[in-house]
Design a protein around this ligand. Structure first.
Ligand SMILES: [Fe+2]
Ligand SMILES: [Fe+2]
Length: 262
């Protein structure tokens, strides 16, 4: 697993996605989660490192922490740009931090790792959708397209690491399924709230046409939510493993097309 120490130039037009304002905001919205999210993911995996005896998995944990730390750094820079554009980033980030602080305080350590496993299933599935369907970023500003492709590739490269650590730590199907249900509800409610608040900052929160355009993008064309749902359900299977869905060829192709051509 490669740790690519990339830096992006967050100096792009406010509406950098050709599918419109709400779609640009939706993509920016997802970035709000990462500074606190990646910190939580790394901490919960590291807290279970002592259960990892397999040399390969130990190496993967190192790669996972390295990749996520750089994602965090770049999304911090991304979010600083959003703040400069006038979005209430500090408040929104605090909202995410508050949830994760509560989770850290009240949930047993292994359940915290189950939350990471659940959210990593989302990041990998959404990342897969992005890599599999070129329409999602078609015509987007190249710097933003490059950032999201990079993140999508690495989320898939390390998609099983938190899961494998969870299993090594004795995590059960009940724990991860139960936590997945909670994580799904909290995550998507937060996405909707943040979407509303960011659209509000732009004065388009009540613009029905904008919401319709976003819904059409997410559910119809290109419709990444449909793909996401089909990848979501297998998570609840008794014998689920992230690599059951083997997208290694796609991820390797995407990485080659992104970096090796240069
Ligand atoms: Fe990440
Ligand atoms: Fe990740």
């Amino acid at each position: 697993m490669q740790i690519r120490n990339l830096r992006f130039l967050f100096d792009v037009p406010r509406y950098w996605h050709p599918a419109g304002r709400a779609v640009t905001i939706y993509t920016n919205n997802l970035s709000i989660f990462f500074p606190a999210g990646e910190r939580f993911f790394i901490a919960s995996v590291k807290a279970h490192e002592r259960f990892v005896t397999d040399a390969g998995l130990k190496e993967d944990v190192r790669g996972f922490c390295g990749q996520e730390a750089i994602h965090r750094r770049e999304h911090e820079a991304y979010n600083r740009m959003l703040a400069a554009q006038g979005y209430p980033v500090a408040e929104l980030e605090r909202g995410v931090e508050r949830i994760l602080a509560l989770v850290t305080r009240v949930l047993p350590k292994r359940w915290q790792l189950a939350a990471t496993v659940a959210l990593e299933h989302f990041t990998a599935s959404m990342g897969h959708g992005l890599l599999a369907d070129a329409r999602i970023l078609a015509g987007a500003h190249p710097e933003m397209a490059a950032l999201w492709r990079w993140h999508a590739i690495e989320e898939n490269e390390h998609k099983a690491v938190a899961f494998d650590v969870f299993r090594a730590a004795g995590g059960t199907r009940f724990e991860r399924s139960f936590i997945m249900l909670g994580a799904t509800i909290i995550f998507w409610l937060k996405v909707i709230e943040q979407q509303w608040r960011m659209m509000h900052a732009d004065g388009i929160a009540w613009d029905l046409a904008e919401w319709k355009q976003l819904a059409r993008f997410l559910f119809v064309t290109p419709g990444p939510m449909r793909e996401l749902f089909s990848l979501y359900l297998p998570y609840f299977r008794r014998d689920f493993h992230p690599w059951d869905f083997d997208n290694r060829a796609l991820v390797a192709r995407a990485a080659a097309a992104t970096w090796e051509a240069a």
